[in-house]
Design a protein around this ligand. Structure first.
Ligand SMILES: Cc1ncc(C[n+]2csc(CCOP(=O)(O)OP(=O)(O)O)c2C)c(N)n1
Ligand SMILES: [Mg+2]
Length: 360
């Protein structure tokens, strides 16, 4: 068991691919080549879609966007360990995980364009809508996995949140309940070292976030968050534990946000060039590519062809999102409650009048 060998109190971190792409063959997971290449494709697609989304925001074609650059392994690795019957509950910076679990890219873009239809990933895709209120998705995920257990269903729930999310009361309530009820939940903390401008060392006095699991009575493991194989292996083990009824796991994915917090942020105001250089040398995509090349299943020509194909694919997805019907004022208000309360209705009426629309 990986969790037995990586005691979070000792700050030991699971790593299978080192920063130069060398693999620890004793720990190398057995994944068929097709699946490895699929994961690589999604990681590259995430990077390309990220860059496109930032440009679109600058052009006024997308409202706001939280980039995933640098966290592609941290998102795709855990999602790789899920089956179609498993749920994914996310925060807002998990594009790679969404794509790996089957969300169409154009729908995710539609969401950042301000259209709630962007949260509709399609029949059978078990992904909840984004939760921007930090940490609020954690109790939701625990409730969902408790329901699965109660109904004797096979599916487990993978819940993403950030280092900032680990300071919220929702984190404590969620993990405490999960520990007591032994829910089939995998808590995946993407510790990207920052919560907007608040650094990790001001977030918590704990040496690691993973060790917090121990106080809730279940295993925690610290994993190199830029190593897709380590993330896959740790999550797979946690999924198997949850599926056989042995309860939750907390995984701390130690990674770094290489871009700004969102398109409304300027990270140069609070962090150094040196820090960025350190983490740029640990790029999760470069590391995985080296591994695939050494395995003999990837080369420069394939890389060029894939990049061209993905750029074209992204353009098609953008078109699909932009061609989709724009939301009406009623759509904007209608998504909050099943039955609209009077306070919200009066705001809707105000905006209707303001826009010269007919009263409802
Ligand atoms: C309850 C709540 N408080 C504050 C905010 C504003 N806010 C948005 S993201 C964020 C930081 C989140 O940090 P972290 O959980 O580490 O996730 P990251 O942005 O690094 O992915 C804050 C404070 C919010 N959305 N919700
Ligand atoms: Mg963070």
């Amino acid at each position: 068991m990986l969790v037995d060998d990586y005691d979070p109190l000792k700050g030991k971190m699971l790593q299978i691919l080192d920063k130069d792409g060398n693999v620890d063959s004793a720990l190398e997971p057995k994944i068929d080549d097709k699946r490895l290449l699929e994961a690589y494709r999604i990681m590259l697609l995430t990077r390309i879609a990220d860059e496109k989304s930032i440009r679109m925001q600058r052009q006024g074609r997308l409202g706001a966007y939280p980039p995933s650059k640098g966290q592609e392994a941290s998102q795709v690795g855990p999602a790789m360990a899920l089956g179609n019957e498993d749920w994914m509950v996310w925060a807002f910076r998990e594009l790679g995980a969404l794509l790996m679990h089957g969300a169409p890219l154009w729908r995710t873009m539609l969401y950042w364009m301000g259209n709630e239809e962007g949260s509709n990933y399609g029949e059978g895709i078990r992904i909840t809508p984004s939760s921007v209120p930090v940490g609020s998705q954690i109790p939701h995920a625990v409730g969902m996995s408790f329901a699965s257990k109660y109904r004797n269903e096979k599916g487990v729930t993978l819940c993403f949140f950030g280092d900032g999310g680990s300071s919220e009361g929702d984190f404590h309530e969620g993990l405490n309940f999960a520990g007591v009820m032994r829910t089939p939940t995998i808590f995946l903390c993407q510790n990207n070292q920052w919560a907007i401008s608040l650094p990790r060392e001001l977030q918590t006095a704990s040496k690691t976030i993973a060790q917090k699991a121990l106080s809730y009575g279940f295993p925690g493991i610290l994993v190199d968050g830029n190593d897709v194989l380590a993330l896959y292996s740790a999550t797979k083990e946690a999924v198997e534990r949850a599926r056989r009824g042995d309860g939750p796991t907390l995984i701390e994915s130690f990674t770094y946000r290489l871009s700004d917090h969102t398109t409304s942020d300027d990270a140069t105001r609070y962090r150094t060039e040196q820090e960025l250089k350190y983490w740029n040398e640990r790029d999760p995509i470069d590391r995985f590519r080296t591994y695939l090349i050494r395995k003999g299943i990837w080369d420069d020509a394939k890389e060029r062809a894939l990049a061209a194909e993905l750029n074209q694919f992204v353009e098609g997805e953008v078109k699909r999102a932009e061609d989709f019907a724009k939301p009406t004022l009623d759509d904007v208000f209608g998504h909050t409650y099943a039955e609209m309360p009077d306070s919200l209705r009066s705001q809707l009426e105000f905006h209707r009048r303001d826009l010269g629309l007919k009263e409802g």
